[in-house]
Ligand binder design. Structure first.
Ligand code: PFF
Length: 451
């Protein structure tokens, strides 16, 4: 009874709450901003196909692993790895450092989204519809981006301070269904625009001539990013999961939710850009600026575009918020466990420090714009070092730890606490052989192709 009470105070109260919170973490800027431009760049349907194959194989195995580690150890990321094998303590620190790096710049981008949201909401969306001057003008200042970034961190912190059940779970249960309805709504609207069908066909039809090793690497990297893997988040959320809930089924549902939102985001963006550009595919090659430069133009040119634009940016803001909440919760759980602090003081410390680190990214585009690291701006560098270098290393070492040190039984036993592990054979092969090879491929391609 005592155990149960303790558990109810600190963990998720229901399986649905857990799934929606984990899906909230997974569904983020990665789905709405990154997935569509990658899909457009790497051959449409062929990218989707490769992505789906990875999602149900190695993404599935990695997520099962992390959630099981979290639930079995009941600890935050630093101590979870130490509890499994004390030689792997440095891995806990490395994994724990990742959300510390990502949270600040993620909130900076969250701030940009808030800026666009307010611009469209007050009916000034046409200001953002130009060849990029609005965007570069905005991020080129120090003051405004700091203000929106500050608001975004405060919103994130407010939810995390309320705790796992009263904050994260409650907010996810409201925001995730809203997010899904919004995305379906805008999707239906854009598909009714004349010419949208050609864009949809381009998006879903595999173009095998576009297939290359880069498609594979991009899909693998995106999966990682999108599922919030290898940065301690799923370990943290797993540590709050109830023992009676089914891990395998939950992971499938989180993956379906995440992939559906990414797919729908592409289904909005690719056809909308097609209509706008009169079928010119090169408009889709805008890369990261697709969301902040191309799309505002698209909205500005469509009937009801102010409203569609405002709703779209609300959707992106909600997606980003539930993800930044998970990043912050991961850091807060480490700090409070490590230093024995309560939730609110830990949260205030994390907010303060993240604010200071985030300023580096903001200044990197404004007052320090001449300063680059490996030819990258500060924000891009943080993104690169965490996603392309640290995360593959963490995933690789986690697979080695689970596959060969504590053995896959460590995870299998946790999954089988209340149900049969249906994909156990697949899981073993993935964790021991396929995932480590995939991680090495990502790591080497980042080092040799990007740098
Ligand atoms: N999975 C979330 C997204 O797709 O945006 C959260 C996230 C992933 C944040 C990776 C940051 C990151 F580097």
């Amino acid at each position: 009874m005592h155990q149960k009470e303790k558990h109810e105070k600190s963990g998720f109260g229901s399986r649905l709450g857990f799934i929606l919170a984990a899906a909230g973490s997974a569904v983020g800027l990665g789905n709405i901003w990154r997935f569509p431009y990658l899909a457009a760049k790497y051959g449409g349907g062929i990218f989707l196909l490769v992505y789906l194959i990875f999602a149900v194989t190695f993404g599935f195995a990695l997520m099962i692993t992390e959630i099981s580690i979290g639930r079995r150890t009941g600890k935050s990321v630093i101590h979870a790895y130490t509890a499994m094998d004390k030689h792997f303590a440095p891995l806990g620190w490395l994994a724990g450092a990742i959300p510390v790096i990502i949270l600040p710049y993620y909130c900076v981008i969250g701030g940009w989204v808030l800026k666009y949201l307010t611009t469209f909401a007050v009916g000034s969306g046409h200001q953002a519809a130009d060849s990029g001057d609005f965007f570069t003008g905005f991020i080129g200042q120090a003051g405004m981006p700091t203000l929106f970034f500050g608001i975004f961190i405060l919103l994130t912190g407010a939810v995390v301070m309320l705790g796992v059940q009263k904050g994260i779970e409650k907010v996810s249960k409201i925001l995730m269904p809203v997010l899904f309805l919004l995305i379906v709504g805008i999707g239906i609207y854009t598909l009714t625009l004349p010419g949208a069908m050609d864009g949809l066909i381009y998006y879903v039809k595999p173009d095998f001539s576009e297939f290359s090793i880069k498609t594979v690497i991009a899909a693998m990297g995106q999966l990682f990013y999108s599922m919030s893997l290898a940065m301690g988040i799923m370990i943290t959320y797993g540590s709050y999961m109830r023992k009676e809930d089914n891990i395998e089924r939950s992971v499938r549902q989180i993956e379906i939710f995440d992939t559906a939102v990414a797919f729908l985001a592409g289904m909005i963006i690719v056809p909308a850009v097609f209509v706008f550009s009169g079928g010119d595919k090169s408009a889709l090659n805008a890369g990261p600026s697709l969301m902040f430069i191309t799309l505002p133009n698209v909205f500005d040119s469509m009937a009801g575009g102010q409203i569609v634009g405002a709703v779209f940016f609300i959707l992106v803001a909600l997606a980003a918020l539930t993800s930044s909440i998970s990043l912050m919760e991961t850091v807060v759980s480490m700090i409070s466990e490590r230093f024995g602090l309560k939730r609110i003081p830990s949260c205030l410390i994390v907010m303060g420090v993240s604010f200071l680190i985030g300023l580096l990214s903001i200044f990197g585009y404004s007052i320090w714009s001449d300063f680059t690291i490996f030819k990258m701006q500060i924000l891009d560098f943080f993104d690169f070092i965490s996603n392309n270098i640290m995360m593959p290393i963490v995933a690789l070492l986690t697979c080695i730890l689970v596959g060969f040190v504590v053995k896959t039984k460590y995870v299998e036993d946790e999954v089988e606490l209340n149900a049969k592990f249906k994909s156990r054979q697949l899981y073993r092969i993935m964790v021991k052989y396929v995932c480590p090879i995939c991680m090495l491929v990502i790591l080497f391609s980042s080092l040799f192709i990007t740098l």
